[in-house]
Design a protein around this ligand. Structure first.
Ligand SMILES: Nc1ncnc2c1ncn2[C@@H]1O[C@H](COP(=O)(O)OP(=O)(O)OP(=O)(O)O)[C@@H](O)[C@H]1O
Ligand SMILES: [Mg+2]
Length: 331
């Protein structure tokens, strides 16, 4: 089973877009994939995929209620299926109050059971829910989490449950520092949670053509400390269009979504985007990233062939094993 938390200490390192793209790539590889959105803020995976209609309704059943073992309904009713076939448990506003709700539960239960607060397994609740209560390993081949790095209790629950991290990093003046920070943090979490945490890979993203960025990329590719299977370029136009297409970068290109000015207003429409080699290459890299996580980190048997059905265009077939691209004329 493939399980990964897409983690970064800093904000805006393309975690949410990357989670969506890895999830859709895994789904295209034949993996039944579930993503959990643990970020209650705007611009999360839930808004990207346009799900979670009741995320602001305090009466609606939601993941927090299930993690705290006070569900208001069936766990499976929380799951929605996106247009691209990935399943998602959407975010809910209650995620913002997770810690205070958890503290109340701990006070109550430790009081009843004559147990100290320190003994309470506060980071093991999501693990218990996903694997022991719901036995999701019987249902899914892959589970990914987009966490909220600032919410320690939820983040630790996510890491305790999934055990493996994928770390996107963005070129910045202190790029290296943040990676040292990552190693230290993984070490701290391991001792605090008393588990082993695996770092699947680091993914430099938003890397441009400047010398500083190239040097940055080189540093990552040269290091022995962790795997860097791919580097994702600066693809603002492609990734921003995901928020209009309500789906992955694969969807943006296949449906040819583009944002442009029309009669003095910005609009986003399908069927407009030019097909660019460098963007197709980015899709291949995203597919390679998912392939690396699936095969190298988890030893899973997945389909290495990416088929792109681009609107009004020849079908493209990219086989990662053969590393070539074939164009097939579609009817
Ligand atoms: N490779 C890329 N190059 C340039 N821009 C990108 C790239 N990937 C994503 N973006 C854009 O960067 C913005 C931030 O991305 P995203 O929301 O995925 O980051 P995040 O790490 O989840 O942020 P937060 O910490 O707020 O949750 C989005 O507008 C997205 O479209
Ligand atoms: Mg995010």
């Amino acid at each position: 089973m493939i399980t990964a938390v897409v983690y970064s200490e800093s904000g805006g390192t393309y975690k949410t877009t990357m989670t969506a793209n890895i999830a859709v790539a895994l789904k295209r590889m034949g993996q039944n994939t579930l993503v959990l959105d643990l970020d209650p803020q705007e611009g999360n995976l839930t808004s990207l995929f346009d799900v979670g209609e009741r995320r602001g309704d305090p009466d609606a059943d939601n993941l927090v209620k299930h993690i705290l073992d006070m569900p208001d309904g069936d766990f499976h009713d929380l799951i929605e299926t996106t247009a691209e076939g990935v399943d998602i448990i959407p975010s809910h506003d209650m995620l913002s109050d997770f810690t205070s709700n958890l503290e109340q539960k701990i006070s109550y239960e430790t009081g009843m059971q004559n147990m100290s607060r320190e003994e309470y397994p506060r980071y093991e609740l999501l693990y218990e829910l996903l694997w022991n209560k719901q036995e999701l390993h019987d249902e899914y081949d892959a589970v990914l989490i987009d966490p909220n790095a600032r919410a320690e209790d939820l983040l630790y629950n996510a890491i305790f449950a999934l055990r493996t991290l994928v770390a996107p990093v963005k070129p910045a003046g202190k790029g290296n520092l943040s990676l040292e920070g990552l190693e230290e943090l993984v070490g701290n979490m391991e001792s605090q949670l008393d588990i082993e945490i695996g770092l699947s890979c680091v993914v430099p993203s938003g890397v441009g053509q400047t010398n500083a960025h190239r040097q940055y990329q080189q540093q990552f590719e040269d290091t022995e400390a962790f795997a860097t299977p791919v580097t994702i370029g600066n693809r603002e136009s492609l990734m921003d269009a995901m928020w209009e297409a309500r789906g992955s970068a694969f969807k943006v290109i296949e449906e040819r979504w583009k944002t442009f000015e029309k009669d003095g207003k910005m609009v986003s429409e399908p069927g407009q985007r030019r097909v660019r080699d460098r963007e197709i290459e980015t899709l291949q890299k995203l597919y390679e990233l998912a392939w690396f996580i699936a095969t190298d980190t988890f030893d899973a048997d997945v389909n290495p062939v990416l088929e792109l059905e681009i609107q009004d265009h020849k079908k493209k077939i990219i086989n990662l094993r053969e590393a070539d691209t074939t164009e097939v004329t579609t009817a």
